[in-house]
Design a protein around this ligand. Structure first.
Ligand SMILES: [Zn+2]
Length: 240
């Protein structure tokens, strides 16, 4: 499994990074996990955005999903798309409120909202707690302790990744090759949670532009003796 960071800035895009977005590739299948502000631009530096096979959204906060409205423009109005985007709609695995949420975000006014939603080019599939299969990926989804965010344990073959929403969800992360940990403010809970979960490696992401990443890194390393890195915009990581 190959992970590429499309965005790792927390809460909003920063000067050097888009908001949350991650490209996972395995067996030629491309799964994008979250598509926050600026992540679609980064995606287009890695591949043709039409070549994405599925989207998986952990939550409906703008910094995790707002570029879906921009992707709508691409899939609806591109003058020479490589395939018929209404016949081959993009699967979007997301919290159940997604269709309504994105229609409202996209429509300019009530009149347009009454006439259209985005289901012409997207195939929305509501997330629930449990296991789903997306191409070669097995995804275990679990709601985080509060709110409507989901955390994921994603495996492909022998490779495993956990992407818990906000605070690490230990059962999801147990023994994974890589914990993609939303750190922010301080990495303290991340380090100790990574130790408790027995993960092999930690990649720190979702750090706000006003937070010193080195401080986050230092705190995380204090709680976890294995390898810990700061996620870097545009960088790829081989997992497993
Ligand atoms: Zn966020």
């Amino acid at each position: 499994m190959l992970l590429t960071i499309l965005g790792c800035s927390g809460g909003l895009p920063g000067p050097d990074a888009a908001a949350s977005g991650y490209l996972l590739e395995a067996d030629g299948f491309r799964l994008v996990v979250d598509l926050g502000s600026g992540a679609l631009a980064a995606l287009q530096t890695r591949c043709d955005a039409f070549e994405v096979d599925a989207l998986l959204l952990s939550r409906l906060c703008p910094d995790h999903c707002s570029d879906l409205t921009a992707l709508t423009v691409l899939r609806r109005y591109h003058t020479h798309p490589p395939y018929d985007t209404t016949a081959r709609r993009l699967p979007v695995h997301a919290p159940g409120e997604a269709p309504d949420r994105f229609a409202r975000a996209y429509a300019e006014n009530a009149d347009e909202l009454a006439r259209t939603d985005l289901s012409d080019v997207f195939d929305f599939r509501p997330l629930d707690d449990g296991t789903i299969h997306i191409g070669p990926f097995e995804v275990v989804a679990a709601r985080a302790g509060h709110g409507r965010a989901f955390g994921f344990r994603i495996t492909a073959g022998a490779a495993s990744l956990a992407y818990p929403a906000l605070s690490p969800v230990l059962p999801l992360a147990a023994g994974v090759d890589l914990l993609l940990a939303e750190a922010g403010r301080t990495g303290c809970p991340v380090g100790s949670s990574a130790t408790a979960a027995g993960v092999r490696k930690v990649l720190l992401t979702h750090i706000e532009p006003w937070t010193d990443p080195q401080t986050v890194l230092t705190h995380a390393r204090a709680g976890f003796t294995g390898p810990v890195e700061l996620a870097r915009q545009g960088r790829s990581y081989r997992i497993g």
